[in-house]
Design a protein. Sequence first.
Length: 274
Amino acid sequence: MTPVTLSIAGSDSCSGAGIQADLKTFSSLGCHGLTAVTAVVAETPHRIDSIFPLPPQEVRAQIQSLSSTYPIAAIKTGMLGTPETAQTIGESLQQDFTNTPHLVVDPVLTASEGSELSPAAILDIYREMIFPQASLITPNIPEAEAILQVSISDKTIAESAKALSKLFKVPCLLKGGHLSDKDQCIDYLSIGSDLHTFSHPRLHLIQSHGTGCTLSAAITAYLANGDKLYLAVEKAIEWAHKALGDSLEWSHNQRITQCINQAELTNATKPHTD
């Protein structure tokens, strides 16, 4: 039977991140994907033009409709929208998914190009309501720094992964893409007293919009397919790395080229993982 997975996240109009990226990932890995949309974002890999949060009651209505109808094997959360919506989602996770075995929380706070996607007040809801329910949290370094209120370097990332796992009593995958190493990316998975590392060559792409969404969705899909957490993470990292390497390249029209130039990018790009 095909596993059913749910993404609770924002809609990305260019389909490189958010629920669009999640659905493509779920489908590629043999899952039937469902979505509960938290916000509609008008964006490209280079900029965000607008964010329209959905009312919390509409987000809750989507979740309740799905939870009462489908045998959901695994859930992931991405962009939550407003603090009110985050609170609603936290309550829904507690009340509507008591039989769902897996919850992957990607604490999306900013977009790849730097724009803020979630107000700082959402951090308290993550800490108090959502992280403690998770099977895995998947912050990048800026998100982990915001959660822990510390600076993280190449020398402290391993201890930071352990600290996040210990603080919320859940496994943590701390992604190392923002570290200074120009040749390698190293991700740190803390499970209980164990720390695992995953290293792969850094791909020098001009744009990698949505890689965090794609990775967390892949982990969710592998968990839904029955893999244990370590194996799900290992396979998802390999899958996402290959997807980045196979990402599309095309020439831009004049309007897009102007936008790229304004962002100090050049000519044709490899924009994002599809």
